[in-house]
Design a protein around this ligand. Sequence first.
Ligand code: TTP
Ligand code: MG
Length: 369
Amino acid sequence: MANFLIVFAIPIHGRYNARNSYLGNSLFMTRILHIDMDAFFASIEQKKRPELAGKPLVIGGKGDPTKRGVVSTASYEARKFGIHSAMSLRTAYKLCPDAVFLPVDYEDYLTVSKRIKKILKEFTLTIEDAGIDEAFLDISEIMNASEEIANKIKKRIKEETRLTCSIGIAPNKLVAKIASDMNKPDGLTIIAEEDIERSIWPLPARKLRGVGPKNSAYLKEMGIRTIGELASISLNRLIERFGKSYGRYLYDASRGIDESPIITHWEPKSLGREITFQKDIDNRQILGKILAEITRQVVKNITQRGYKARTVTVKVRLSDFETHTRAKSLYEHTDSLEEIKRATFDCLNRLELKKKVRLIGIRVSKLEK
Ligand code: TTP
Ligand code: MG
């Protein structure tokens, strides 16, 4: 069973990128550094077990490719076989039966992640935590050359964790993230303001944040494959095709324009947990027991963080992947396990379970400190 803590959050403190100054000296320009660890989960395991170094390694689920589960990540050696994140473990096994499969040891990866974030804070406190293995740093005010800062960060991380990372530095978050991905693993890519278009235009449009498989397919229908081709489309046409907000976004993004702030702190909007079963369940009593347990975990989590919640939502995914939710709002904010559990069961009882259940989850929202 996969049991994930899921947190949706909203930014509460941001620092807006100052427009680049006209001083012409790169030290005075907004410089955003994006760092992303290389094959993060897999590299950690390879350091723990040196016999796995240089071997195809797949991390996912319980580490058993005959069971349900998806690939969290694969070592670069395993990627050569076509294995990638989010692929089913079974498919990964078919592509490379000789690969070593290991379970996800999330706690351990989180510990390493925290050590890395701590190192990053030695450089600046204007940091956005962008995920378990990535972050954005505003290095504009550090009086060293970009390359020097990046190499120092790489060295410190290697000393403490023996891991490598890839770094991109650019005038904004959008381009910095594209840059960090350009020379993986152990890469360093610096893109100056005047080089943005030349550097990003040859890349596929889906390298832009916010262009997923669906929109990239729409763009292909319009004959657009690269970021440069996207930049050749008029703003009007993009708005006509994609709506005002996303059309405008694509127009700016294809020119490497991005003024999104570094968000240094996030408050959770909701907190939840869900469980995907190894085998689908149709016994309501067992479902009730599991729901009670994950409700207890969620309530423990909100009380530890000092929150109370007003809305409880229960989600079930049936064996045919049909997903249903039921929500209940309480009279007032609460962190009482009894009250939240009652609301949870009220939601469960309102769900019609015509098929076996594949996943069950609970989420509490409208949080208040
Ligand atoms: P990524 O940075 O996307 O991947 P990576 O670090 O493994 O490889 P790369 O060198 O290309 O950056 O994600 C970081 C970790 O997050 C990854 O090691 C495992 C986890 N992860 C998942 O669990 N599921 C996913 O679908 C993805 C993309 C990542
Ligand atoms: Mg990574």
